[in-house]
Design a protein around this ligand. Structure first.
Ligand SMILES: C[S@@+](CC[C@H](N)C(=O)[O-])C[C@H]1O[C@@H](n2cnc3c(N)ncnc32)[C@H](O)[C@@H]1O
Length: 446
């Protein structure tokens, strides 16, 4: 990679230093070296890959966009790959914009990946990643589009849950990319205004490990969950404050310890630290689309696996009515308690506590004909997939909600091999500015 001159170059992130190219074609790059690269396709995790014809090296570049010519500073080398940050753009993509956040950029906050891309481009990049994962891992191609979630056109101010890390000095901030370092910030641009209003980063939290702020825009509720061993807590503008000890036991400091979320025209109790979609419009849209895809009828038996606070189970319970049944499974005790509370109006919906694979092995699927699965990033356990593919089962329609295209692709391969057919796949831009994306895959079995 011979050094070349810069052609109208601009530093990435609005600041940064112009560095001379320091690696050559013959030397293996080291951290701190500067490479001049043409950036290729986007890959999972907020990277673009630059494959070097001369050395066969794959360089994973952040803060770049496909087609750009950049100078990139190497941040890490391993036996298999090189990671680098684009620090200077020599030829820029038409999709590039100035990052709205001053903490975004090489060596800064690791919370966002695509602040330098237009929102439309971010969605195209996410769709490309989903499609690529399907091709590489599941071995088939399928068109997919990633749509915005209505009500958030600018991609900022949407995040209703932010987990701030706390450094040794007690400062709450966000982690630098692939680092334990905490970047002090005064304002996270993707956080909801109510999160910003709690003003957590202006306070000191000595002894704490993390401070998670969760808010409900519809009711303006604010909750704070502190982990670690805080030596006293600063005053913070939140109705609910709790400390979570090492064992997970909760020490109430103030308020009820849960938030009342609104979705599908109902209230849902969600304890601090419990799972709820972080985009304010996501629970509504996913609830609606899952119901449309599963088309539950009165009398149906439905499964909600990895049910969290019971959102899908509640919607299914209402649809199948008292002649039907819903079997929901969740392993986290606090979430199980929330789900049981949220489902109290539908006694035909039962929440089983435990690992999904264990519960299915123990109970079977109890004559269910429709199911929704919404696993964590690790995807659905192999044993649970085997149960869902059991040819003797009556299951006919399956909605798979996923926040990780790689494990979704792995599981779709297994489901297709097990007799399911993919009938629909869509993406939701539930995490603008980051590489994260929510997917809904729908499957049927003849
Ligand atoms: C992505 S959340 C989905 C929650 C819910 N469907 C919703 O939309 O609010 C995944 C849930 O799965 C639970 N979970 C993770 N691993 C599990 C397992 N092996 N067995 C049962 N539940 C699990 C987590 O506690 C979490 O509540």
């Amino acid at each position: 990679m011979p050094p070349t001159g810069t052609r109208g170059s601009a530093p990435v992130g609005g600041q940064g230093t112009m560095l001379p190219v320091t690696a050559t074609a013959t030397s293996a790059p080291q951290a701190g070296d500067v490479l001049e690269l043409t950036v290729g396709e986007v890959v999972h995790g907020g990277w673009c890959v630059s494959r070097q014809d001369d050395t066969g090296l794959a360089v994973f570049v952040r803060h770049a966009l496909p087609g750009e010519r950049v100078r990139a500073t190497v941040t890490q080398t391993t036996a298999r790959l090189v990671r680098a940050d684009a620090t200077e753009v020599l030829q820029q993509s038409a999709d590039r914009v100035t990052p709205p956040c001053r903490y975004a950029g090489p060596g800064r906050c690791g919370g966002c990946d695509w602040q330098h891309a237009s929102l439309d481009a971010q969605r195209r990049l996410k769709a490309a990643v989903i499609r690529q994962q399907l091709n590489r891992i599941a071995g088939f191609d399928h068109p997919v589009k990633v749509d915005p979630i209505v009500g958030n056109d600018g991609g900022l101010g949407w995040r209703t849950v932010v987990s701030f890390a706390v450094d040794a000095a007690g400062t709450a901030g966000l982690r630098r990319h692939r680092s334990h370092d905490v970047v002090g910030i005064s304002h996270c641009r993707i956080a909801h205004d109510l999160v910003t209003g709690a003003d957590v980063t202006a306070k000191r939290w000595p002894g704490a490990q993390s401070v998670e702020v969760a808010v409900v825009p519809q009711t303006e509720e604010v909750g704070v969950l502190v982990t670690g061993r805080p030596a006293g807590l600063p005053d913070v503008a939140a109705a609910s404050v709790q400390i979570s000890g090492k064992s997970g036991a909760r020490i109430p400091v103030r308020g009820r310890g849960y938030l009342t979320q609104r979705a599908a025209g109902r209230d849902w109790r969600v304890s601090l630290g419990g799972f709820w979609q972080v985009h304010p419009g996501a629970a509504d849209v996913l609830g609606k689309d899952v119901l449309t895809e599963l088309s539950p009828r009165p009398g149906d038996v439905a499964l909600d696996l990895y049910c969290g606070a019971g959102l899908f189970a509640g919607l299914l319970a209402e649809a199948v009515g008292a002649e039907g049944r819903v079997l929901a499974v969740e392993e986290n005790l606090t979430a199980v308690r929330d789900a049981r509370h949220n489902l109290r109006d539908w006694p035909w919906a039962r929440v089983h506590r435990g690992d999904v694979a264990d519960v299915l092995r123990r109970l079977g699927i109890r004559g269910a004909s429709i199911a929704v699965v919404d696993p964590p990033r690790t995807g659905v356990a192999r044993q649970a997939i085997d149960v869902l593919c059991d040819p003797a089962a009556r299951l006919r329609r399956l909605a798979y909600v996923s926040c990780d295209p790689a494990t979704l692709a792995r599981d779709l391969r297994l489901l297709l091999d097990g007799g399911w057919q993919l009938t629909g796949l869509r993406g939701y831009d539930a995490f603008p500015m980051t590489h994260h994306v929510e997917c809904l895959a729908t499957l049927t079995r003849p």
